[in-house]
Design a protein around this ligand. Structure first.
Ligand code: GAL
Length: 449
């Protein structure tokens, strides 16, 4: 697979969505400070640092995520159940905060970290989203755990690079999700006389007319983050992987005619959605597709857990999937990872949790239920059937181009992303693509350079 598009070594400031030199130096200094703290607090002894003593863990374990609701919660539960089975004396406190993509959870987490009240382990997307925590010294350097568990041999370098700063690894990725998926109801397409999902956004716009004439919603949408999820995939489809990746490292000009045209396409696409009555989260946005009132929805492949586990549908019958228009051969990727906060109240138990999250057994228990593929390179492939066989094959195919998701924390750090989020809210209201492009470009200059 061509991983060039997203990343190379983290010490190379040109990586897509990577740190700019000034921020890089700051991150380095803080990472070093965190390491010194860890060394002072824990000494060099492996056991004191967290080496597995082989003893069964006991006490509480507070686990923080945004996995609630149909699809997300089943995967989480499968992994927590396995942890419970292996550690019967641990009392799990599941502090999940509802809201897809973690928008609400991240606000709650920010307050807790500020108040020095961290949970024992919390969810962060691998990539740019984790950088602020590393810079602020909120998370422990987990390199020792990676070495103990031999994980460097069984996780892809691209992914490890995204959670590494100055050769120190700060989280444990549990999965890989694909963002650029267009889900559809095959019966709705058939009824409207549409033979296949669109392979470009202009084809989608033509199909939308046909669908609307048949009294169907062409594409469903949900809250702001799902609109950003759609935006990233329209940009990817219109600009191609190179142009898209360049948006995150300054090499594609946001104000160029190509980008502004792609933004206008996004506005046109939005015009063929149910945005006026947008659903409250990603699951209810899928319901009109499931019920046959709408044809399409663009969502990450956690949707498969909702279709299958929550709604009891079968792949290719009740629902089907295609690459988001114009993104065939491209894998727009994100990964959920887990951290060890500095001052985690139950550090030893948290380390056991992380060991499970990074293990083959943990990942093969979690991912088939969650609707994702393992972050590890050594899964039991027989477990990934139906829809999941496709992302697993594509992720491992050298011909696939990998890019990173904006809405799910891979490419823009929190400071820049917050500006993009708020500019997008306005853009969706006004349709002013030039104003959005210039706001995003300005925010890049303000936050990244
Ligand atoms: C993503 C997360 C997925 C899934 C999704 C919907 O950000 O990475 O695991 O939870 O949000 O909530």
């Amino acid at each position: 697979m061509d991983r060039q598009a997203i990343s190379s070594n983290r010490s190379d400031a040109s990586v897509a969505g990577g740190l700019r030199p000034r921020r890089w130096r700051r991150a380095l200094a803080l990472a070093l400070a965190a390491v010194l703290f860890t060394a002072a607090a824990c000494g060099d002894d492996d056991d004191e640092q967290g080496g597995d003593t082989g003893e069964e863990a006991s006490g509480e374990f507070e686990f923080f995520s945004w996995w609630t609701g149909g699809g997300d919660s089943e995967g989480k539960q499968a992994l927590l159940d396995l942890f419970s089975e292996q550690n019967p004396d641990v009392e799990i406190i599941d502090s999940a905060v509802a809201g897809g993509a973690g928008t609400n959870a991240q606000a709650v987490l920010a307050d807790r970290l500020l108040a020095d009240d961290p949970p024992d382990s919390y969810q962060r997307h691998a990539g740019a989203e984790l950088l602020a925590d590393i810079e602020a010294g909120e998370v422990e350097d987990l390199t020792f755990l990676w070495e103990e568990e031999g994980w460097l041999d069984v996780f892809p370098e691209t992914l490890v690079d995204m959670i590494t700063v100055d050769d120190k690894i700060y989280s444990v990725p549990v999965n890989v999700h694909r963002s650029n998926v267009m889900w559809y109801n095959p019966a709705v397409l058939e009824e409207a006389g549409i033979s296949a999902p669109p392979t470009s956004w202009s084809e989608f716009l033509t199909q939308a007319e046909t669908l609307e004439a048949a009294d169907k919603t062409a594409l469903t949408i949900g809250p702001a983050w799902t609109q950003e999820h759609l935006l990233e995939n329209v940009l990817l489809g219109e600009l191609g992987p190179e142009g898209y990746s360049g948006l995150w490292d300054g090499s594609t000009d946001w104000e160029s005619p190509e980008v502004v045209a792609a933004l206008d396409t996004f506005t046109e696409v939005l015009g063929h959605t149910n945005i006026g009555s947008a659903a409250a989260d990603w699951q209810p946005a899928l319901d009109p597709v499931i019920e046959g009132d709408a044809a399409y929805n663009v969502m990450g492949d956690w949707a498969v857990a909702y279709f299958e586990t929550e709604k009891g549908l079968t792949f290719e019958e009740g629902y089907n999937a295609a690459p988001a228009p114009g993104t065939d051969g491209v894998f727009n990727f994100l990964s959920d990872s887990f951290t060890l906060p500095v001052d985690a109240p139950h550090r030893d138990v948290a380390l056991d949790w992380l060991r499970l999250a990074g293990s083959q057994e943990g990942q093969d228990t979690f991912n088939p239920v969650k609707g994702s593929i393992p972050a590890r390179t050594d899964p039991d492939e027989d477990l990934y059937t139906g829809y999941l066989a496709q992302p697993l094959a594509d992720w491992n195919d050298d011909a696939t181009t990998i890019v990173g998701s904006l809405a799910h924390g891979a490419v823009a750090d929190n400071a820049w992303k917050a500006e993009i989020d708020s500019a997008l809210g306005e853009f969706v209201e006004t349709g002013d693509s030039a104003a959005f492009a210039s706001a995003v470009k300005q925010a890049y200059e303000d936050t990244q350079e």
